[in-house]
Design a protein around this ligand. Structure first.
Ligand code: 6PG
Length: 239
């Protein structure tokens, strides 16, 4: 596994760095299965893609999935799909068949199975598991990633491709890709910004004792590349 850390001054510059990397990475690919992350960090990237990369990337060959989704309807402000659709997908004219939404409105266990079947049908397998070409991830202040939280570490090694998670504070149900799928991607790119992430990020990158309690510490494509795109505030723990 190759690990690269890209440090930029501000969240906007993190998004610009990643957008440049992504445009170069995708340009010679016939198609790309890309899993998006949720939360607030990707908003800057999605706006940038819609405003400045609408015509600089062949979005028709990109198939969008999600690394996780909150179990809410697609029109809910909490929905990761709604955020991506409002800021990006509705702006770049992506063919509907290229959008593989997790149905947050459905029964969680049934949806985890359905989404896994959709992935099995549409994402090429490598090393015996579906292998996304690129997975975007964020990291929570508690070291969670996708919707794999510290109190549910079993989702990292689960046999199923997708699992049902529970947010530790709100109890909100989530659907998440499991660790084996995340780690079977060709490339994983974390976008992490803000001082709230600095301590955990530093512990994870330095392999500090105790960092294995953070799900994000267990993410690294066994056969691919791991990127950390971070701003100076989040990188404070790296120095
Ligand atoms: C979600 C995300 C989650 C997110 C982290 C960081 O559904 O919330 O997938 O894993 O990436 O919680 O969130 P912020 O970007 O808001 O800090």
């Amino acid at each position: 596994m190759l690990t690269q850390i890209h440090i930029a001054e501000t969240p906007q510059q993190v998004a610009e760095d990643f957008a440049r990397y992504f445009a170069e990475w995708i340009k010679d690919k016939p198609s790309a299965a890309v899993a998006l992350s949720g939360g607030s960090t990707p908003k800057v990237l999605f706006r940038l893609w819609a405003e400045q990369y609408r015509d600089r990337i062949d979005w028709q060959k990109t198939r969008f999935f999600w690394g996780d989704e909150r179990c809410v309807p697609p029109g809910d402000e909490e929905s990761n799909f709604k955020m991506a659709n409002d800021l990006l997908l509705s702006e770049i004219g992506i063919p509907p068949q290229n959008i593989h939404r997790i149905r947050g409105e459905a029964d969680p266990e049934a949806e985890a199975r359905r989404y896994a079947e959709d992935i099995l049908r549409t994402v090429a397998s490598r090393h015996g598991l579906p292998s996304f070409d690129m997975i975007l991830l964020g990291m929570g202040d508690d070291g969670h990633t996708a919707s794999i939280f510290p109190h549910q570490m079993e989702l990292l090694s689960a046999k199923a491709l997708c699992g049902v998670a529970t947010h530790p504070e709100s109890g909100q149900k989530r659907i998440t890709l499991t660790g084996r799928v995340l780690n079977n991607a060709a490339e994983v790119a974390f976008l992490v910004t803000g001082s709230g992430k600095a301590q955990k990020l530093g512990e994870i990158v330095k392999g500090k004792k105790g960092s294995d309690e953070y799900p994000a510490a267990h993410i690294g494509p066994a056969h691919g590349a791991l990127h950390w795109f971070v701003d100076q505030a989040a990188a404070a723990g790296l120095r």
